[in-house]
Design a protein around this ligand. Structure first.
Ligand SMILES: O=C(O)CCC(=O)C(=O)O
Ligand SMILES: [Fe+2]
Length: 289
């Protein structure tokens, strides 16, 4: 069977994901597809994209008002995401990409660029809307869609590429789960040693392990930097004890690798819980995460 459409990632790309927690898919959509969403974003931002002197806020997170179906809009990204999650039947579809653009228009542009490290602020694991367990289904993958080119020192999201094991060990020791605020207050990044800056071109999509710690970076170039981070959910919690080891998804395998075990009979000891995040309790406007 030709699996190039439904399983577009090569073995080497899956290996890269297991090793570093992310994979970059290039040219998942073109400039023509991006234009309406990007034009609308600049309009909502109320600034002239070609005149940085009009950029009055360094960072804005627009709310989502319209969606596209990723399967139609960017089929390679959709199928690659399914591949990392163990197959389409395990994924909550449709995977909707909203237009809630996160604009970095010069964060920290007034000071020298600091490369990615634990010293930089803002490291977090996404998912402010649920109690986190090792097997949580709410955020199956962390993703970044590049709506503009993203240049080095131009606001490329920082990632801690050895964070999956760190977060996995933390959650494995807490079968009762951890609320988002408590999770963010734990300085898990102090245990990480490997850091990278994610750059790319408009149309690229970065698929990341849901346990990836990441942070906003400085945009000292004051370059246009528009991204979205549409999460996608699993239909069922992850399963680290599948009878056939060949059925583990790459995301599950990365967790097992991080824990240094072949399989794990993980059982939450507290109920799953939805949390209403601050950003939805607050009045409309610009927030993060
Ligand atoms: O703006 C970025 O580079 C990252 C944004 C982010 O991680 C978030 O909003 O959760
Ligand atoms: Fe984030």
């Amino acid at each position: 069977m030709d699996t190039s459409t439904t399983a577009p990632l090569s073995d080497a790309q899956v290996e890269h994901f297991l090793e570093k927690g992310y994979v970059v898919l290039e040219r998942c959509f073109d400039a023509e597809q991006a234009a309406p969403i990007v034009d609308e974003a600049w309009q909502r931002l109320g600034v002239d994209r070609d005149d940085p002197t009009t950029w009055d806020r360094p960072r804005v997170h627009l709310s989502s008002r319209a969606h596209v179906d990723a399967e139609r809009f960017a089929p390679t990204a959709f199928h690659a995401a399914c591949q990392l999650l163990g197959g389409r039947e395990r994924v909550q579809t449709p995977w909707e990409w909203g237009d809630g653009i996160i604009a970095n228009l010069g964060v920290g542009a007034d000071r020298p660029f600091e490369p990615p490290s634990a010293r930089v602020g803002g490291w977090h694991k996404d998912g402010d809307f649920f109690r986190h367990f090792l097997d949580s289904p709410e955020q199956g993958l962390l993703t970044i869609v590049l709506w503009t080119d993203v240049l080095s020192r131009g606001g490329g999201t920082f990632v801690a590429t050895d964070s999956v094991g760190v977060v996995a060990r933390f959650l494995a020791e807490r079968p009762e789960g951890v609320l988002p605020d408590a999770l963010q207050q734990t300085r898990l990044v102090e245990h990480c040693r490997r850091f990278e800056e994610l750059t790319g071109e408009q149309g690229d999509v970065v698929l990341m392990h849901p346990f990836m710690l990441h942070a906003t970076s400085q945009n000292v170039l004051r370059a246009q930097r528009l991204i979205t981070n549409p999460p996608l959910s699993l239909r069922e919690p992850m399963d680290f004890d599948r009878p056939d080891a060949g059925d583990f998804s790459p995301v599950e395998r990365a967790v097992l690798n991080g824990l240094g075990v072949d399989r794990l009979d993980f059982r939450p000891t507290a109920p799953r819980e939805t949390v209403v995040p601050e950003r939805l309790r607050a009045s409309a406007g610009a927030t993060t995460r």
